[in-house]
Design a protein around this ligand. Sequence first.
Ligand SMILES: NC(=O)c1ccc[n+]([C@@H]2O[C@H](COP(=O)([O-])OP(=O)(O)OC[C@H]3O[C@@H](n4cnc5c(N)ncnc54)[C@H](OP(=O)(O)O)[C@@H]3O)[C@@H](O)[C@H]2O)c1
Length: 250
Amino acid sequence: MELRRAALSFTNTALAPFSSLPNPSLSGRDGKRWRVVCSNSTKPSQGSQMVVSITGATGFISQRLVQKLLADDHKVRVLTRSRAKARLVFPAEKFPEILIAEEEEWEKCIQGSNGVVNLAGMPISTRWSSEIKKEIKKSRINVTSKIVGSINRTNPDFRPSVLVSATAIGYYGTSETHSFDETSPSGNDYLSEVCREWEARASEVDNNVRLVLIRIGIVLGKDGGALAKMIPLFMMFAGGPLGSGRQWCN
Ligand SMILES: NC(=O)c1ccc[n+]([C@@H]2O[C@H](COP(=O)([O-])OP(=O)(O)OC[C@H]3O[C@@H](n4cnc5c(N)ncnc54)[C@H](OP(=O)(O)O)[C@@H]3O)[C@@H](O)[C@H]2O)c1
């Protein structure tokens, strides 16, 4: 399978209009309750503004992506398991333009989106019992299957033209001596297996949808991810060099 490179930005797709209807399940800033309904009757149109549906949008990486897309004047649909949690991350006062959808509404949101970005998955930085390992894999495969199914069921006129789906450099396994590139084979450890199955699900997307698999490396930022977990240890003088410090030096 060919790995296609991706930047987390879209340049060649267009705007599909957003629509909102009154609804009893969501409070507006004025105290009225609203339900946001994703329109499935509007085609993604040609233009510079896009509608992007994002799973895992409440996560460490995606929060930045959402902010970047909004700053570039695109429309964002947050596909989440919990509207309440997503509203905490994206408060209506600060992000009035974001549309938040729980699982039963994902498919409608995907219809009429120009692109879908799939960044959901249970965090892996935890103790790996056999149960947790199953959950880590299942969380990625289930969400990916769900959005791929939704995209494939969508009438081609309303279908997103691109699916950007996360995977990880874990695909390659590990080595203290070899370096890897996109042509390298997959490894033979647990994370390699997760990534292969994750990518395989994404690859089931309709052939007319451009698939971009991003094998993400360790993302460092003080607000989350691996670094935020490490900083407190270093603050307590319990940190130290990682390995020999000469990994992958030839
Ligand atoms: N951060 C890194 O260094 C790194 C490196 C390589 C690959 N990646 C991959 O890139 C993606 C995004 O990473 P991230 O660090 O931003 O992730 P994250 O902060 O842990 O958040 C990902 C999002 O996934 C959803 N999620 C969490 N548990 C889930 C579960 N059990 N089932 C379904 N959805 C679940 C949550 O969204 P809702 O609660 O809103 O549904 C969460 O906000 C992940 O798939 C990760 O494996 C990350």
